[in-house]
Design a binder for this molecule. Structure first.
Ligand code: ATP
Ligand code: MG
Ligand code: MG
Ligand code: MG
Length: 564
């Protein structure tokens, strides 16, 4: 490809709106352009990178036995009402009406659609297990879209959904997906870590996130020096043994086994749950049930019993939310990014909830602490974040360290969350109806592009891993418009390399060499070859790897070896 034939609108200045390196460089290199908040156009160069990610993802999904399909972006409200998420999902769900006044949403994820498909099409245990995937546009009306592709409103996800007769079958596919994800991120040249994650509001059983390691990451991840324990901060901090202050009645506190969701917790406590939108926390003072709906660092406060739609949501700081219950407050720890809040009502501690003010604050989780008798006075357990140097909860020897990560993938065991609410049953071997069990598996395909840049750049621009590079080789033809020898040699080299299977960008523009070099560095092609009258006179090629600042003169054989 000639540079004169592909539109690469590079920018000299760093756009003011871009905070993150990846956002800056993707704009400056002409990979993406902003349309509106959280909405980006993939320019020709950027699209080539996106397609490369898609290709690797597709190959590994196919290899794992998953089958590709493509579902609609627009989804009927009825399906979401059946699953209960029309109410639960909250304002991230973009809702719309058609000309007949029927309600729809733009899909932020596809559990409902795939579940509808499965209940119509899958009738027998003989058709299971099965794993369907798609690579497709999602829409989430994020409260704070930012960092370009990193947190868009419209973005591209690979999402897969598997169906099984039983848990052991789900476990096998979950493991296969976990391994496929490891192959994907390894092939893409990314340094990553899989960590345990909480299933949060979705419920279910096991869950892991895949994080690209980068200081700019929105998430904190915890790992052990000694063993293979690794978890995201929310998961790691949700352990009752992290209670910093021993509460007076610690000896009598009762862990309620098996309670995971707020709804379950509320039910257990006999608190009337209203329709729960995006449930993160139930605060009860004996009379009122308050639901806090998570936003990025604001919490939406809703009184139960109201029609829970966006208009009814008042914004509130967490402190206000808690004090609004009228319950005595023991502790709020604003120094830490993670706040721990004891939920007290009528001098009775109902439990402790923690949440992070970080952008990746996963949904609030109940800590499974309950006190089954009245407290003499308000008391609090301060569940704190994990700190570097804490003992590992899994092995005796290790200590924990904390790093930053970008969530690029997530695997979930959904269990019967959707198959029960939407009625996905099949006939089992004995001819009886059985409810299927499900898993779901996502990769942020467009976020991967930004995450890769966060890991691979220098002060001159992007340094693409070969697997992601829009072109593997850049040829800079110096003075090609004036030197027919240079023009011919550069074109011949371009053709030879393409015939060898390399993708090649030939910079044949009528620009000063300095401008040509700066463009090559900015757009980050792994290999650069300079063709000039000088090097031609010596019968060599001038080669430079993007990672270095060193030019080497190579004959054709040596050059081919370098590229390999
Ligand atoms: P986050 O915690 O960053 O909001 P999530 O946990 O809500 O992500 P999932 O529902 O697990 O996201 O979706 C699967 C993958 O989709 C994520 O691991 C992430 O890589 C990607 N993703 C989610 N939201 C966005 C977004 N707004 N922009 C780009 N990619 C996203
Ligand atoms: Mg999210
Ligand atoms: Mg997340
Ligand atoms: Mg996730």
């Amino acid at each position: 490809m000639r540079a004169s034939q592909i539109f690469i609108p590079t920018l000299k200045e760093t756009p003011a709106e871009a905070e993150l390196v990846s956002h800056q460089l993707l704009l400056r290199g002409g990979f993406i352009r902003r349309l509106a908040s959280g909405l980006y156009t993939w320019m020709p160069l950027g699209l080539r990178v996106l397609r490369k990610v898609e290709r690797v993802v597709r190959e590994e999904m196919d290899r794992s036995g998953a089958q590709e399909l493509l579902m609609p972006v627009v989804q009927p409200a009825e399906l979401w009402q059946e699953s209960g998420r029309w109410e639960q999902y909250g304002p991230e769900l973009l809702r719309l009406r058609d000309r007949h006044d029927r309600e729809f949403c733009l899909g932020p994820t596809h559990e409902e659609v795939i579940s509808d498909l499965a209940r119509r099409e899958i009738h027998s245990y003989r058709q299971l297990p099965v794993n369907f995937y798609q690579i497709q546009t999602k829409f989430r009306d994020e409260i704070r879209p930012r960092f370009g592709l990193m947190r868009g409103r419209e973005f591209i996800m690979k999402d897969a959904y598997s169906f099984h007769m039983d848990h052991s079958s789900l476990e096998i596919t979950y493991q296969a997906m976990y391994e496929a994800y490891q192959r994907v991120f390894t092939r893409l040249g990314l340094s990553f870590r899989a960590v345990e994650a909480d299933n949060g509001a979705i419920g279910g059983k096991r869950s892991h996130e895949f994080h690209v390691l980068a200081d700019s990451g929105e998430d904190a991840i915890v790992s052990c020096h000694h063993c293979d324990y690794a978890a995201n901060m929310e998961k790691a901090a949700s352990r009752p043994d992290l209670a910093e202050t021993e509460i007076p009645l610690a000896a009598e506190r009762v862990r309620t086994p098996g309670i995971r969701t707020v709804a379950e917790q509320a039910e257990h406590l006999g608190i009337p749950t209203a329709k729960i939108v995006k449930t993160v926390l139930v605060v009860a003072d004996g009379k009122t049930v308050m639901l806090l709906l998570r936003g990025d660092d604001e919490l939406n406060l809703v009184k139960a019993g109201h029609a829970l739609n966006a208009q009814d949501v008042q914004m509130a700081r967490p402190e206000e939310a808690i004090s609004a219950t009228g319950a005595p407050l023991g502790f709020i720890g604003p120094k830490e990014p993670l706040l721990s809040i004891p939920i007290l009502a009528d001098h009775r501690a109902l439990g402790v909830a923690n949440f992070s003010t970080g952008a990746n604050a996963a949904d609030l989780h109940w800590i499974n602490l309950n006190w089954d008798r009245d407290l003499p006075r308000p008391a609090a357990a301060d569940l704190r974040n994990v700190r570097a140097g804490d003992a590992c909860p899994h092995c005796a020897e290790g200590t924990l360290s904390i790093r930053r990560g970008i969530e690029v993938g997530h695997v979930f065991q959904l269990g019967e969350r959707y198959s029960e609410s939407m009625g996905i049953t099949v006939l089992d071997e004995t001819g009886r109806d059985a409810t299927v069990t499900m898993g779901c598996y996502g990769i942020g395909v467009s976020r991967v592009v930004a995450a890769a840049v966060e890991q691979h750049f220098d002060d001159r621009g992007i340094i693409w891993p070969v697997a992601l590079a829009p072109f593997e080789v850049g040829i800079v033809a110096i003075n090609a418009r004036k030197s027919p020898d240079v023009a011919a040699a550069a074109q011949a080299l371009h053709d030879r390399l393409e015939a060898e299977g390399y993708s090649v960008l030939l910079d044949d523009r009528d620009e000063r060499p300095g401008v040509q070099f700066a463009t090559m560095d900015l757009v980050g092609l792994p290999h650069r070859i300079v063709v000039s009258d000088t090097v031609l006179a010596q019968g060599v090629w001038e080669y430079r790897a993007r990672r270095t600042t060193e030019n080497v003169l190579l004959d054709e054989t040596q050059l081919m070896e370098r590229l390999r």
